[in-house]
Design a protein around this ligand. Structure first.
Ligand code: HMG
Ligand code: MG
Length: 306
């Protein structure tokens, strides 16, 4: 197959420090979180989801959001994003010097209640002032549509439901809308159908893919998305993570595996794969387990053998 129709550049948003670590039951020191962020930035990550300004009662691991933001190295042109479910979170984000916020809604009512304690419609109302203030302060606005390929509570989610939420986020004026497979159940053609429906609402450049790898479909879904023309993907170093409100869901596609695929296709990312492999092995050692990155582990083993 020719790769000439695929994008030539992809923007990878590294979500490991947020989506990856939020689900960790063991305490992780702020120093390790900061060190992880700084290693990722040193490897060339240009878009880093650092942490969440959410209720520490809901997600205790993100309670040190302000301290993590204070410790990371800042460079021009790099995006430092944080999750902001409401105005309280937005104030934290602004004070911490984030230059991108992430509002997160869902295409499933039950998941919306479980994750942010309100209905989809209420969440959109809650995001209105957040988006207005973000705009006034020149922050980029990213939105995530959870359960776009299936819900842990409701099962199948209709494409029309996803399109409705994409439309609401588009109406709010979001700069980017992430189509999220929270529990990693989607398969390639289903992903293409959802993305094509979203692309009828917003330009392709405003869409991104956020694929958890629970069913081992994430890389296939990335490739299917590339075929549709999507060129923004979230990924998590060492495949860390999951969502505390989607039990059993594993991490996002591992960044090392995503880079291995993209670079193999001749697609530029600006990120140094070797440095990411080292970082993936480092954070896995800190957490006391083997990395979930298949290419990451293979490349690390190859280096050891040499
Ligand atoms: P609530 O309990 O309805 O909120 O939670 P509330 O407004 O009634 O406030 C209750 C308490 O929370 C108060 O404290 C507030 O101050 C505090 P108290 O008076 O009891 O001491 N509070 C906050 N504290 C810090 N920062 C805040 C904040 N807001 C309220 N921003 C709320 C509603 C949205 C806050 C809660 O449900 C929440 O924090 N949810 C976040 C859940 C979360 O982070 N989930 C994981 C991230 S989403 C995800 O992983 C999916 C994604 O990766 C895409 C995908 O894969 O699908 C993005
Ligand atoms: Mg996620």
């Amino acid at each position: 197959m020719s790769t000439s129709t695929l994008p030539t550049k992809v923007i990878v948003t590294e979500v490991g420090p947020r989506d990856g670590l939020q689900n960790e039951a063991q305490p992780i020191s702020t120093a390790i979180k900061v060190s992880l962020c700084n290693r990722l930035l040193a490897a060339g990550v240009q878009s880093l989801e650092v942490t969440s300004f959410v209720s520490p009662k809901w997600v205790p691991q993100m309670a040190d959001a302000a301290e993590v933001m204070a410790g990371i190295i800042r460079s021009r042109g790099v995006r430092y994003s944080v999750l902001t479910p409401n105005m309280q979170g937005f104030v934290g984000a602004l004070t911490s010097g984030a230059n991108e916020i992430v509002i997160f809604g869902a295409a499933s009512e039950t998941f919306s209640h479980k994750n942010i304690n309100c209905s989809i419609a209420e969440s959109i109302d809650r995001f209105i002032p957040v988006v207005q203030e973000a705009r006034r302060n020149n922050l980029r606005i990213r939105a995530a549509v959870s359960c776009a390929l299936g819900c842990p509570y409701e099962g199948a989610v209709a494409v029309e439901k996803v399109a409705e939420v994409v439309q609401r986020f588009a109406d709010l004026g979001c700069d980017e809308i992430g189509i999220a497979d929270t529990i990693g159940v989607g398969t390639a053609v289903q992903v293409q159908r959802v993305l094509e429906a979203a692309a009828r609402i917003v330009p392709l450049d405003h869409l991104s893919g956020h694929f958890h790898d629970t069913y081992g479909q994430a890389l296939a879904n990335v490739f299917a998305s590339l075929q549709v023309g999507i060129h923004r993907f979230d990924a998590s170093i060492a495949g860390l993570g999951g969502c505390p409100y989607a039990k059993g869901a594993t991490g996002n596609v591992a960044t090392e595996d995503l880079l291995y695929l993209l670079h193999g296709l001749g697609i530029e990312t600006g990120i140094d794969l070797n440095a990411m492999v080292e970082t993936g092995q480092w954070i896995s050692a800190q957490l006391g387990r083997k990395s979930n990155a298949r290419a990451g582990n293979a490349l690390a083993a190859r280096k050891e053998n040499h």
